[in-house]
Design a protein around this ligand. Structure first.
Ligand code: FMN
Length: 193
């Protein structure tokens, strides 16, 4: 698959093999079937410091030298990005939020390094109406603020992105939204120049 488009999937759960991992891997498997390369990253494996808000990134690099350095490169290299987060108190996890904050470097000053890439979200909550939509909106807001294109999960349902309720492996309808989102992402990244 040399030359194939690349989608980066970031799992914001503290659980390496939880529901979010299951849903994101499902999306990655479908992307691979569609001829798209994938890279899977679990924030649980990374050490990422809080953003200090110093804006040193405006005039060079972030003051922190941690695992965000390699994730910056992965974000620069991808064509598409799938953010996958459990719902925590109706929002993304702290891990996901810290990662998103640290990407302010990509939009420091007037440049937008991630401009034109494609992004989408997967939210996994324990309960129906547990905050999956707001969690997806958290991730879409990030995508839009990075001047990226935000995708929904697409037909047949097309709401705010892919949403899982309860155990991912048993949520047949939720996994359909994940599959739809992955196929939509594959089409979108293939359309990129
Ligand atoms: C601190 C905490 C807060 C949570 N808040 C919510 C919530 O607001 N709504 C919800 O539906 N589930 C909530 N849950 C449940 C998780 O979203 C759910 O178990 C999810 O599947 C976990 O994903 P994971 O297995 O990938 O970690 C919460 C769990 C924790 C630990």
């Amino acid at each position: 698959m040399t030359g194939a488009k690349l989608v980066l999937g970031i799992n914001g759960s503290p659980h390496r093999e939880g529901n979010t991992a299951y849903a994101l891997r499902h999306a990655m498997a479908i992307l691979e079937q569609e001829g798209v390369r994938t890279r899977y990253v679990a924030l649980a494996d990374l050490d990422i410091a809080l953003c200090d808000g110093c804006f040193a990134c405006r005039s060079g690099a972030c003051v922190h030298d941690d695992d965000m350095t390699s994730l910056y490169d992965a974000l620069r290299a991808c064509d598409g990005l799938i953010l996958a987060s459990p719902v925590y108190m109706g929002m993304v996890t702290g891990q996901m939020k810290v990662m998103m904050d640290r990407t302010v470097l990509f939009r420091a000053g007037s440049r937008f390094e991630l401009s034109g890439k494609v992004g989408a979200g997967i939210a996994c909550g324990g309960f129906r109406n547990g905050g999956q939509e707001l969690t997806l909106q958290n991730m879409q807001t990030f995508i839009l603020q990075q001047d990226m294109y935000a995708l929904a999960d697409g037909p047949r349902f097309s709401h705010s992105g892919a949403a899982i309720v309860g155990r991912a492996a048993e949520d047949e309808l939720g996994l359909q939204t994940v599959a739809n989102l992955a196929r939509r992402m594959a089409a979108a990244v293939k359309a990129r120049p």
